[in-house]
Design a protein around this ligand. Structure first.
Ligand SMILES: [Zn+2]
Length: 246
């Protein structure tokens, strides 16, 4: 069984495709698995003939693909062109490119809202996904650390609450945590995906735990002294936790 992977252009979209040849197959089967168009065909049928069938069904395939992309926008990424990812509170479009070098490169074009993923050509897409996941996580960890390094001292000074140190960890279960006894803070490496005002609210929340361990009235009074719309932000953070998925 031979297997080929690439994209085919359907209207304005590059749709990822896996084409498989089957010796015993009798007809062309076209169906989506995730957002990959799986095409299986009898070995004796030419590629041109398959493309003609795709062309004849262009409208249907296109509509299915658009549905899949919109459903997938907040979920796990395959790192295919057209997928969406949150960065600094804005929606970026993933653009996948083939890289001549044997490495992964991720570049974020903030002005154009393009999240570019360059990968070497590889047969097994699932393996490549894992490498890209790791590269993106590393990038997010770095960029989150940079933001926290900038914002945490500002809030610490403004609130007059000193802290000892902070860590950035790859966690999606919580935005941050605090050990009041040691004044050590921890933040999710995915905070770079959120808008700035949400990051500030998370920092203020964790700093306030150095004074008040529990989420009691005094705690919220302190938080709201600095973030008056905290209730609204907190609700947003609860509703949008799936935005942290990559
Ligand atoms: Zn808390």
């Amino acid at each position: 069984m031979a297997e080929a992977k690439y994209y085919i252009e359907i209207k304005d979209k590059k749709v990822p495709v896996i084409l498989r040849n089957y010796r015993n197959s009798k007809r062309i089967i076209i169906s989506f698995k995730g957002n990959v168009l799986n095409i299986s065909k009898p070995r004796y049928i030419s590629y041109e003939k398959v493309m003609k069938v795709v062309k004849d069904n262009e409208e249907k395939i296109y509509n299915q693909y658009m549905d899949i992309l919109s459903l997938d926008s907040k979920k796990i990424k395959h790192w295919y062109t057209g997928e969406k990812i949150q960065y600094k509170g804005q929606t970026f479009i993933i653009e996948r490119q083939e890289y001549t070098k044997n490495q992964i490169e991720i570049s974020i074009e903030e002005s154009k809202k393009i999240f570019r993923v360059k990968t070497p050509k590889i047969e097994i897409e699932e393996v490549m996904k894992k490498y890209v996941d790791k590269a993106v996580k590393n990038l997010f960890e770095n960029n989150t650390e940079y933001i926290i390094q900038e914002r945490l001292p500002y809030w610490s000074k403004k609130m007059n609450i000193p802290y000892k140190s902070f860590k950035v960890r790859d966690t999606t279960s919580q935005y941050g945590s605090c050990k009041p006894s040691t004044k050590e803070l921890c933040f999710s490496s995915r905070l770079i995906m959120l808008p700035n005002d949400k990051v500030d609210a998370i920092i203020v929340h964790e700093l306030s735990h150095i004074i008040y361990k529990n989420h009691n009235k005094d705690f919220y009074n302190l938080v709201k002294t600095y973030i008056p719309n905290y209730d609204e932000i907190n609700k947003w953070l609860k509703d949008n936790v799936e935005n942290l998925a990559i």
